[in-house]
Design a protein. Sequence first.
Length: 533
Amino acid sequence: GGRRRALGRFLDLLEDEGDVFYDADWNEQMGDGLRDRVAAAEASWREEIQGGIGEYLRAQRLDRGIVLLSPALGPEGRFHAGVPASRSDNVVAAPLSAEAAVDASVFGALYQMCYAIVPELLRAPGVIPSDEAGVVAAARCGERLLRQSSDEVADRYAETFETLASDVGREESFERAYALDPALERALGVLTTTTAGSRARAGRPKADFGWVFRPQPHTDLWFHTLAVIAADQPGPLGLYSAEYARSVREAKREAGVYPTALDSAVTRLNELLKDDAVTDLVHFVPLYLAQVQPDEFLDVLESVEARRLEDLRRLPPEMAPGLQQLLFGFDNRANRRLLRELIEVMRGEWDVFFRDYWERTYEEQRETFEEMQRLWDDEIGAQLESYLDTRRLTGGLVMPSAALGPEGRISEFDPFDPVDQVVAVYLPEWSDDPAIPLFAFVKELCFLLVDAGQLARYAGSQEDLEDLSRRAAVRCGAMVLEFYAPVLAMRYRRAFLDAVGAEESATVGAFERVYFLDAEVLDVVRDQVRRDR
């Protein structure tokens, strides 16, 4: 009530000011040449700026909108992105002066548009977030974007901001006046390159940066082993498929090899897996070694277990982040004992049963994998292109595996690298629809979008938080599709209801009951989905 009264009083004062003074003064200022300067600023933007930063504008959904130029504004200006899905409702306010060059207005508008990526820059590793860091990052962002197309325009931008710095007593070069600390400089360099560098990526083969859906035998061997050991994991979305565990047991009986050494070791290995210190890491091992050759997979793990660092240093440098995760996780005797036993049973399982089984089932499902890739490239992924691009989820490897349950896995090594994600999703035996793993993939991407830190205050324990995060990711995936590809949202909801055997699987109400979130958590998820990145 108090705020509305204050707003009403403020509007009354504005009306009085307009009647008594401002309307006439504004018309006089426009007649004295400001109207011509607005036209000159618009022409400068169109002819010198817009083309050179077009890729950035498209990536951030700033293609269209309105720039308000006002003599009352100082250099700081204002920026409002509107609805994230819309490319035409952006509003920027920038200064306009009869004395200053038109560049002050044009470059001031660009500076404001750079605030679209400032929140992400301030979350970068090693960056200490502050208002001053945001100002510096936005100022340097504009210069870097212009530098990619025109040194002359970028130099004018730098000179304009040098003048603004000198106006407040900072007689320094542009680089010194707006100095970046190393972490912020690295983040800005990566982000302005990935959001404005589509021309550089355009000539690369699609598989180099798009999402590639490819099953891998060593990944499936690891997940197969854990499914045999622990297919009955609790939770609304299982980590492994109990149906798969039953089907491979029958396949082994038909082949006359049941029980294998793995089957005989299930009870002992299941006990070892209950140690919370290693459980999370164990379920992600294939993601950390996705780049290793299948026939080297177990050898590399043996080097990790034995701490043979010289052997590991010979591997390609791009494998270093995953190896570091494994060396850190398997850092004590108990953890390494588990890894050693898993490697031993996997070697036997591969020779006695799994090699032939995998090759046969892969050939049987080859057309499904090809259709999965086509469906993503031509339909689902195409509709989510702007969502993936703005969140730097441009590409990576997706490994479908029949051993997995609906829970899936996702790993991102560098949040500023748009193509380094590795994802594993399930191939449910209850459906031959190639869209089902793709919906599971959309849900996995939501684990990078929904911040578990924000959900922690709604959970009483770590177990509650994990359950809440899973339900939030499922609901997030539905929101993403409703936002960017609404035709697919109903199929997505039906898929995740079928995954838990829920009835009434065509209804929104059933989906919201099974994956329930209270209103506050739902608002957190919705804000994450709609947040400009």
